[in-house]
Design a protein around this ligand. Structure first.
Ligand SMILES: CC(C)(COP(=O)(O)OP(=O)(O)OC[C@H]1O[C@@H](n2cnc3c(N)ncnc32)[C@H](O)[C@@H]1OP(=O)(O)O)[C@@H](O)C(=O)NCCC(=O)NCCS
Length: 184
């Protein structure tokens, strides 16, 4: 069955926008939507948004219970009562944090929400004193634009041995690790 949140099943990037929705949210007409901390009422919307991508194996699936547990890590963008973008900062160690569950609804891709969310998460990481920020992703160009560098997974043993080891992709992971140094 076709997933309703996807305008075109086989097209990931560049996305074909859904014209009616996108016109309502073009850069000219879209207000500078705030990025805000997630609250309990957002859990369903975050879950649906992440599921759009986990159904296609682009993001790891996260059950709603996991989103409740991690809710305080999430930032969201809401438009017309719908969560259109989200991102979480997960802390691993004294020095390392991860940009996790970054997703922008396909209809709103390319409007700068992804970049702004990564900027907010990075700022928060700096404020709390993290010195390194990582992500596992297929979107290497997006992260390079944001100042991240591709690294070997072995550079991130904290991640591999605390989280990846429990992942169903552990032995066949094809995601690419990217890292940004925030302070020496
Ligand atoms: C990757 C993603 C978050 C980008 O969000 P977005 O809001 O569309 O991106 P932005 O509009 O902020 O784009 C920022 C820059 O990255 C570029 N960019 C965005 N997605 C890109 C992609 N897939 N490939 C190459 N460049 C990309 C934009 O052109 C823009 O470049 P500029 O700075 O030169 O103008 C979004 O496409 C998405 O949700 N992807 C699926 C989920 C995913 O892979 N998440 C990352 C896992 S950690």
């Amino acid at each position: 069955m076709q997933n309703k949140c996807w305008p075109q099943p086989d097209k990931i990037w560049p996305m074909e926008p859904i014209q009616t929705e996108r016109m309502a949210a073009s850069p000219e007409t879209l207000p500078e939507l705030p990025i805000r901390p997630a609250s309990l009422k957002d859990v369903g919307g975050i879950h649906r948004l992440l599921q759009c991508y986990s159904d296609r194996d682009i993001l790891l699936p996260r059950p709603e219970s996991d989103i409740y547990h991690s809710l305080r890590e999430f930032k969201v963008v809401e438009w017309n009562g719908k969560i259109i973008a989200c991102c979480a900062l997960q802390i691993f160690t004294r020095t390392l944090g991860e940009v996790r569950s970054l997703a922008v609804t396909p209809e709103y891709a390319g409007l700068g929400f992804g970049r702004r969310l990564v900027g907010v998460v990075e700022q928060e990481a700096r404020q709390i004193g993290l010195s390194k920020l990582m992500a596992l992703t297929y979107e290497v160009r997006f992260f390079s634009n944001a100042g991240f560098e591709v690294v070997e997974m072995s550079v991130l043993p904290e991640k591999v041995w605390s989280a990846c080891i429990n992942c169903h992709k552990f032995r066949n992971c094809d995601e690419i690790a990217v890292l940004k140094t925030l302070s020496p």
